[in-house]
Design a binder for this molecule. Structure first.
Ligand SMILES: Cc1ncc(CO)c(N)n1
Length: 222
């Protein structure tokens, strides 16, 4: 799985990457053993997550350095709001949970911690700080989606979830996010970004967001 060279390097250096992408919750979706209530708890929290996460990508439009960067970030806002969130709305509606009930659900602390960490990365830092905090989310789910599309049990009840993240729209968003990251890095740090003093800090941000993803799966408890 490759979404660009910067991602490939940061991913290799994030100690919790496998704990995130191969979490028991993920394996439970793959083999179908994840309890439905656990999944729905997670999905309601994830709906609230995506609202703030879309705000963070919108902040990336504000922090972008040129029109191409603005266009790429606003495309992600669109994918999140008009495509990805439809999965949450439709799956929860089928379980009798409407959007008002979702919006009235208190945000879990690990949920607040994650989205506000990302927003703070953008508010207190620059475009690269923000992208580093945004990438584990987008690209991790892209990686999980394509792996599960290949490995999941044919009769898993989590097929809609898998199809959303393995599907062409989400995968295209991942590829353009990976390219955006590579271009943004080259534009600001040059062709040997590893020798920039910022490289380690950015990798740390990526690793912290990865750690917050591991915590997020913990919200999926029945
Ligand atoms: C917690 C979390 N991370 C990543 C994604 C993918 O957008 C998501 N929906 N939720």
């Amino acid at each position: 799985m490759s979404y660009g060279r910067t991602f490939t390097e940061w991913r290799a250096q994030a100690p919790d990457w496998d704990a995130y992408t191969r979490h028991p919750f993920v394996q439970g979706m793959a083999d179908g053993s994840l309890p439905r209530d656990a999944f729905l708890n997670y999905l309601v929290q994830d709906y609230l997550f995506l609202i703030h996460f879309a705000r963070a990508w919108a902040l990336a439009v504000v922090k972008a350095g040129d029109l191409d960067e603005m266009r790429a970030c606003s495309a992600v806002v669109h994918t999140l709001i008009d495509h990805e969130m439809a999965l949450h709305v439709e799956t929860c509606a089928a379980a009798g949970i409407d959007t008002n009930a979702m919006l009235a659900t208190p945000e879990a602390l690990t949920n607040i911690a994650y989205t506000r960490y990302v927003l703070d990365a953008g508010l207190s830092g620059d475009f690269l700080d923000l992208l580093a905090a945004l990438m584990p989310c987008v690209l991790g789910y892209g990686e999980i989606g394509s792996r599960l599309a290949a490995e999941a049990a044919p009769d898993t009840p989590y097929r809609d979830w898998i199809d959303t993240y393995a599907g062409p729209e989400y995968q295209a968003a991942c590829h353009s996010a990976g390219e955006l990251l590579d271009r943004a890095i080259a534009k600001r740090l040059g062709n040997a970004p590893q020798s920039s003093p910022r490289w380690a800090t950015l990798g740390d941000r990526f690793a912290t967001a990865t750690r917050l993803e591991v915590g997020f799966w913990g919200l999926g408890r029945a």
